[in-house]
Design a protein around this ligand. Structure first.
Ligand SMILES: [Zn+2]
Length: 489
């Protein structure tokens, strides 16, 4: 997802959780009980053996959700031993099944395939994906009903709206399970097993109920979380203390957040050695070389880069030789290439059903590399372009707040927005309202934002009828002209 919607914590929707009937007090009781039962050999709190997390919690939960993940892990693991030609045949069959499903179950694709006169019922072999038009997020948002197949179990997901407007869409169980299975296989390339302890640098829900649910999920999945909305020095130091006791096997989080964590610890001269830590996975954003180097210097481990999206799961993952392989759960095309071979990435998610994602424009850029990887997996190798620099909002007291907080709070009120920061005391937000966004409501939203950005941050709202795009065509919802390096320390 590098350049666009970061999943933040929104893939976990309280509305989809069967535990919601328990209520807040019920969740609190469960959390207390879990703390009673959790222990480790060294007697530290908040620890659970990976084997218990894996076999007593993760797999049973997947079964309860109707996700036969072991079967999909088996299917995908076998692909690693195929030749590139055999893999192409596998993908072709998957694409054919996807197109047939889309034709029979969605209004949009029925119309498209009829218009293009693509015969699906005859031989099938003649289907050319290239005749299907590209799909943009806005098209799905405009006519969601035409894309959705509702006759299956699904969860609702939302992108964070970092490109201005969140896409809220259903994700079916089969597609979720394939994506999860692929993630576990990719992690296993680096010795990370299901249930291994994870330190997570991620968003944190705003609503209290969602917070409890998130906490429960973190406990069950053996994770400790540092909210990227609260990355001041004191929070980072506290989190380091927690991690030394927790002994995570790996870090997982936004490139910027892990980089910030490393930078803050380094600037204070803190000893950042964490017992048990072996791997660091960066995701959600472009990982710049200076970030990779800093993280590596501070923690002493190579950074593994993951490329994915909220809509389509993991798309690419670095193997043990540092090459990013395209996951066999997707078919990726590079279109509108420049001289260097970089172009926009267009993804077809082979197992997507509740919304068939076919030739979906990601907004990210990349190119294929025609090299052979020593790992000998048949998956293509891709290089992602450094398309965008994410920023943090600098508060008057020097605190840094992850810019996704804007999308989190504004998404209920505005259709689209863009925020500008030129100095640390003033934030200007231009917006197109969803409905009527009265000055009273604006004041309430300002106050809410100020709880994160401090009371001294002046916030101005300006209603507009259109928001200009960047020259690259991409949409950035937060633009900071502050010196990035000066924000740290
Ligand atoms: Zn490789």
């Amino acid at each position: 997802m590098t350049t666009k919607e970061r999943e933040v914590a929104l893939s976990v929707s309280w509305q989809d959780c069967p535990l919601r009937k328990i209520g807040r007090s019920g969740l609190e009781t469960i959390l207390k009980m879990l703390h009673v039962f959790r222990s480790d050999t060294e007697g530290t709190k908040g620890d659970m053996k990976p084997i218990i997390a894996r076999n007593c919690i993760y797999f049973p939960l997947m079964v309860l959700r109707g996700q036969n993940i072991k079967k999909y892990i088996g299917e995908l693991a076998r692909l690693e031993g195929l030749s590139p030609l055999e893999l192409a045949v596998y993908k072709k069959q998957k694409i054919k099944a996807l197109l047939e499903f889309a034709y029979n179950n969605t209004v949009y694709y029925k119309n498209v395939l009829r218009r293009e006169r693509i015969g699906l019922t005859s031989q099938g072999s003649g289907i050319s994906l290239k005749r299907i038009p590209y799909l943009k997020k806005e098209r799905i948002m405009d006519d969601l009903e035409d894309f959705v197949c509702r006759n299956m179990r699904h969860s609702w997901r939302s992108t964070s709206g970092s490109t201005g407007t969140p896409l809220i869409f259903p994700k079916d169980r089969m597609s979720e399970t394939y994506n999860d299975a692929m993630m576990h296989i990719a992690y296993s390339w680096h010795g990370i097993n299901i249930g291994d302890k994870q330190a997570r640098f991620w968003g944190s829900p705003i609503k209290r109920k969602d917070k409890y649910f998130q906490l429960l999920k973190d406990v069950l999945l053996n994770r400790k979380r540092l909210s990227v909305f609260k990355m001041e020095k004191s929070a980072c130091n506290r989190f380091l203390g927690k991690l030394i006791r927790f002994r995570p096997m790996y870090f997982y989080g936004y490139a910027n957040a892990i980089y910030m964590f490393a930078s803050i610890l380094e600037s204070e001269g803190t000893d950042a050695r964490i017992p048990g830590l072996e791997r660091i996975i960066s995701t959600g954003e472009v990982l710049f070389e200076y970030q990779r180097k800093k993280i590596q210097d501070v923690f002493g481990f190579k950074v593994i880069n993951e490329f994915g999206s909220t809509e389509n799961g993991i798309l690419g993952f670095e193997c043990e030789f540092g090459n990013m392989h395209v996951m066999p759960t997707v078919h990726i095309e590079v279109v509108d290439k420049d001289k260097r071979g970089f172009g926009e990435l267009v993804v077809t998610e082979l197992n997507s059903r509740s919304i068939p994602f076919i030739r979906y424009r990601l907004g990210d850029r990349g190119r294929f590399l025609n090299i052979t990887c020593p790992c000998q997996r048949p998956f293509e190798i891709i290089e992602i372009d450094e398309g965008r620099v994410d920023d943090y909002i600098l508060c008057p007291n020097g605190k840094l707040v992850y810019d996704a907080i804007l999308a989190y709070i504004l998404r209920d009120y505005v259709y689209k927005f863009k925020a500008y920061q030129e100095n640390c005391r003033f934030l200007k937000i231009i917006f197109i309202p969803r409905k009527v966004f009265t000055s009273e409501k604006q004041n309430r939203v300002k106050e809410k934002l100020q709880t994160y950005l401090t009371r001294d941050m002046e916030i101005e709202f300006v209603e507009v009828s259109a928001i200009p795009e960047e020259s690259s065509g991409k949409y950035r919802y937060f633009v900071s002209t502050l010196n990035k390096e000066s924000c740290i320390g």
